[in-house]
Design a protein around this ligand. Structure first.
Ligand SMILES: [Zn+2]
Ligand SMILES: [Zn+2]
Length: 189
């Protein structure tokens, strides 16, 4: 069994949180970690008790939805609300932070940003992270569960084909099945 790395564990948490997003434009998740412990999490959504974009549509100004608070911001504010220090912490995000979140991350004392996907990486955000000595590290999300599952399915399929082969089914036919199975299971991994 492959053991899940810390990076993938926290990244998985952020991807899980992203599914709580209430704005259909982009689902983002963020997890703040200190000493290998999750101290806060957030996703992009409206203020508590507010109207959700998924229910009533986005509130668009200049091509941006202004209704939501970004995932990173929500995670940092959760720390503010409950008095949890963010100094020296790390943040795991599904997407590269926007300029506003970049500044909030720097100012909160977070020292490392792990992001799974590039997203309009703003040159000024990159510059600010660099000058503030905040490391940005790309950690593509593996989708561990999916992968394990895929391997299991492929193995099961290979077993079935072996049985067919033993039963005297045409070798060429079996090979075609096997190739097809491999192409299906290797997709999206
Ligand atoms: Zn929206
Ligand atoms: Zn943002």
């Amino acid at each position: 069994m492959k053991r899940l790395s810390w990076d993938q564990y926290f990244m998985a948490q952020s991807h899980l949180l992203a599914n709580r997003s209430t704005c259909p434009r982009l689902a983002v998740g963020a997890t703040i970690v200190r000493d290998k412990r999750i101290i806060a999490g957030g996703y992009n959504g409206s203020i508590s008790g507010g109207i959700h974009c998924i229910d009533e549509g986005c509130y668009m100004i200049d091509g941006h939805c202004v209704r939501t608070i970004h995932a990173e911001m929500n995670a940092i504010l959760q720390c503010a609300k409950f008095g949890v220090p963010t100094q020296g912490a790390e943040i795991y995000v599904t997407h590269f932070p926007c300029l506003q979140c970049c500044k909030a991350i720097i100012q909160s004392g977070i020292k490392t940003v792990y992001y799974a996907a590039d997203y309009k990486n703003h040159p000024y955000a990159i510059e600010l992270f660099e000058s503030a000595k905040v490391k940005t590290i790309k950690v593509p999300f593996d989708n561990f569960f999916e992968q394990n599952n895929q391997q299991e399915k492929l193995e099961l399929f290979a077993d079935v084909l072996k049985k067919l082969e033993n039963a005297g089914v045409d070798e060429k036919e079996i090979r075609a099945f096997y190739e097809k199975a491999q192409s299906i299971f290797s997709n999206g991994v």
